[in-house]
Design a protein around this ligand. Structure first.
Ligand code: DQA
Length: 149
């Protein structure tokens, strides 16, 4: 069974109450449950985590090298700032999908740049919580086919 690591960055623990007009009404726990159910349905084993700390995210990415078949990451605000997360992801030899609930390109210009996109296999943004399920389908295809779309 493919092992997929889903990482969530800062402030995503507040989903449901944080700017619901942008991020929706579902909590991160609701999304984790949906991912678990969808993961079972498509035969993937999900490890779902959130941290407000850049260093902890880097530690988890380093630990994933060799033990994870694919990484889905919503780096949240670190998308736009973190060379450390970029460098950690560069050391991981598995498919990587960058994910955002909101359409970062329709928002403030500082959100238009991502340090992560250049090394991601693909980017999903703008589909709210459903994006997590889209990302799971996409990564499971990348993992099982071992090829690009
Ligand atoms: C986000 C978009 C980021 O710009 C923002 O800082 C977040 C969430 C999203 O999921 O839409 O915290 O990654």
């Amino acid at each position: 069974m493919a092992r997929i690591l889903i990482l969530n960055g800062p402030n995503l623990n507040l989903l449901g109450t944080r700017e619901p007009e942008i991020y929706g009404h579902e909590s991160l726990e609701d999304i984790e449950i949906k991912c678990g159910n969808h993961g079972k349905a498509i035969g993937t084993d999900i490890d779902f985590r959130q941290s407000n700390s850049e260093g902890e995210l880097v530690d988890w990415i380093q630990a994933a090298a060799g033990s994870t078949d694919g990484i889905i990451i919503n780096p949240a605000a670190y998308t736009h700032t973190s060379i450390a997360i970029l460098d950690a992801l560069k050391q991981v030899d598995c498919p990587i999908i960058e994910l955002h609930l909101s359409n970062i390109f329709s928002r403030e210009t500082f959100r238009h740049h991502s340090y992560i996109s250049p090394i991601a296999n693909g980017v999903i943004c703008g589909f709210g919580a459903h994006g997590y399920l889209l990302a799971l389908d996409a990564i499971s295809r990348l993992v099982s086919d071992k090829k690009e779309f």
